[in-house]
Design a protein around this ligand. Structure first.
Ligand SMILES: [Zn+2]
Length: 95
């Protein structure tokens, strides 16, 4: 069974944007209930001055992180809706 959403106080590893070196922010995750250390997490770069940030296209650097190959196989087709930080009603589906 799957548990959706960021877990409070969960030790998500630090990830850094390769373009601006800002620390990425985990914005959504899906954990496997039987082993919550198996998960995928979506990180976004919230630096508005990042060279990879494109305001017109509402694109920012995003990275999907999988804890293992098993997690990748299990979670790769599970979609996560993500609320963007600039448009309250705009959701993007990351896969
Ligand atoms: Zn960046």
């Amino acid at each position: 069974m799957l548990l959706g959403g960021i877990k409070k106080d969960f030790p998500y590893p630090d990830k850094v944007c390769p373009y601006c070196n800002w620390l990425l922010v985990p914005v959504n995750a899906i954990h496997w209930q039987e082993d919550i250390y198996q998960y995928k997490a979506l990180y976004l770069d919230k630096n508005p001055n990042c060279p990879a940030y494109d305001e017109g296209a509402r694109q920012a650097y995003a990275r999907m992180y999988y804890t293992s190959e098993d997690a990748f196989a299990y979670f790769k087709d599970v979609k996560m809706p993500v609320q963007r930080w600039t448009q309250e009603e705009l959701y993007s589906i990351y896969q």
